[in-house]
Structures are given as C-alpha cells and as structure tokens.
Unconditional design. Structure first.
Length: 276
C-alpha cells in the first residue's frame, strides 16, 4: 500500500512549534509538503487574498521536507500549494496544530485553521483541522516565547496530539474522497496523553458573544477585539466543548456539503461516506 501524501498548513505561522510537531509526526508515515503563512493569520476563516500580490518564499532547512512561506492566509496557502507549488499528488490537507481550541460554531467558522482545511476539501482533498486547547498560563507563555523550548508537560501533550492526529490522517487519506466537502475537526485537551480517548462529537451550539469592547480615544468611537463566547445550548449528542472540558479529545465531522439542503431531505451520512 502506497504512503499517503500531505499538504500541511496552519494559521499560527510557519515557525510555530505546534506546526513543527505535526510535521515531525507525519514525516515517517508519508510524504509531506509545508505551505504555511509567514506570520499569524488567526480568526481569518477561509479568506482569500483577492487584492494585491501574494509573496511565496522557499524555506529550505526549516523542516526535513519541502516548505514554502506565504504572505497570505491559510486558504491562500492551500490554494497556491495545490494549484502551483506541489507538482505531485496530495491525498489530504492537514491544518494545525492550532495553538488553542477551535470548538463550538463561532470559533469553527472564524478559524483560519479550519479555513485552510476547508479550502482543501473544496479542492477535492481529504481535509483535517487539528487544534489543542491550552491552560491560560501556557497560552500566555507561548504568546511571549522567543525560541525557548516548551515546558515539559506541554511538550508531552503536544507530541501525543501530533501522534493521534497522524494516525487519523493516515486512516482518512487512504479512503476515497467523499462526494461532499467534509472537514475532520480535532480538538485536544491541555493534558492529552497517549491513553486519552478520542470521542466523536458535534460542534457546540452557542452564540459568538460581544467580541469588541470600547476603548478611550480622542478621535471618536473606537473598539478593540475582546474575546467573548456566549453560553452553550444543550444538545442531544456530546459537543466538542463538553468533550475537551472533560479531558477527552474531540473529533467532529463538519459536513459543508449539507449547507442549504432542506431539513428532512435524505442524505448519506458522513460516516457512510467514509466507509466507501
């Protein structure tokens, strides 16, 4: 059986240690090409750089595989990678590992990590987005880091998350691409380990909340981003947020092919699509 081929991107930038951990985990099981943004492009969804030009530079030596740095969005990276930069086949687009979770509809729809994966799905590839929730102290430390190594407990959780992502990516990449645009959305808890459970979940139903707060300014009304998420609505099935808050890993299948399909219209389930 041939080895799968992966295009890897993210929204935290090509020098993210979380991206590096994923690439290291994927390299022993298949061919890997990295096409990632030159810097952080979080909360940008599936935006495409329609105006202006997008610069692309080779980053030889950064990974043990071909890598390009793109002055654009995660979706730009995937579109350029599949359309221009990678001459060989690509079985799956893998986006992440994101620094922070992408669980719940407001975060999923705003996520550059999910947006990069979705661009891959729209271009006829398997698509996997992978993210890891962090404790507030760890998140703040990583935001301030300038080349130092990650704390030991975080390194261990990250390696376990990268390994679990890789195993799922290999399994998915060897299946026929489904007829609908599916994105596998993985979210790992802060203390993830090799023994942790990966649960099938649904995205949490919740409002976005008030994402801006006023700031004092002499030039009139000015507002700054101030992260807030509304309360979660009770669902019949385990949600991604409930799952990671309980210390388990979440796997939701986002079926973008169902958008606009009236409720009650029969459709093959995502699970059945994957078995074909």
């Amino acid at each position: 059986m041939r080895s799968p081929a992966f295009l890897v991107t993210n929204d935290d930038g090509i020098e993210s240690p979380f991206l590096a951990a994923l690439v290291r985990a994927l390299l022993p099981v298949g061919s890997v090409t990295v096409v990632a943004p030159s810097g952080e492009r979080s909360w940008i969804g599936k935006a495409i750089s329609r105006r202006g030009q997008v610069g692309v530079r080779s980053r030889s030596g950064l990974f043990e595989c071909h890598a390009w740095e793109v002055d654009g969005t995660p979706a730009d990276c995937v579109n350029l990678g599949l359309g221009h930069l990678i001459a060989t086949r690509v079985d799956a687009v893998v986006s992440g590992i994101n620094i922070g979770s992408n669980a719940g509809l407001p975060l999923i729809l705003a996520s550059g990590t999910v947006g990069g994966a979705l661009e891959g799905a729209l271009l006829g590839r398997h698509a996997i987005a992978t993210s890891m929730r962090l404790d507030p102290v760890d998140f703040a430390a990583i935001s301030r880091r300038s080349g130092e190594e990650l704390p030991a407990h975080l390194q261990s959780a990250l390696l376990a998350a990268a390994d679990r992502t890789t195993r799922l990516c290999v399994s998915i990449a060897r299946k026929r691409v489904p007829r609908r645009f599916l994105v596998h959305n993985l979210n790992f808890p802060p203390r993830f380990s090799d023994e942790s459970v990966l649960q099938r979940t649904v995205p949490a139903w919740m409002s976005a909340g008030n994402l801006f707060s006023p700031v004092e300014d002499t030039n009139g009304q000015v507002y700054a981003f101030s992260f807030a998420i509304g309360s979660e609505r009770t669902a019949a099935r385990l949600s991604d947020r409930e799952c990671i808050e309980s210390g388990q890993a979440s796997h939701s299948i986002l079926d973008f092919g169902r958008i606009g399909v009236p409720a009650g219209v029969p459709a093959t389930s995502a699970a059945m699509e994957l078995r074909k």
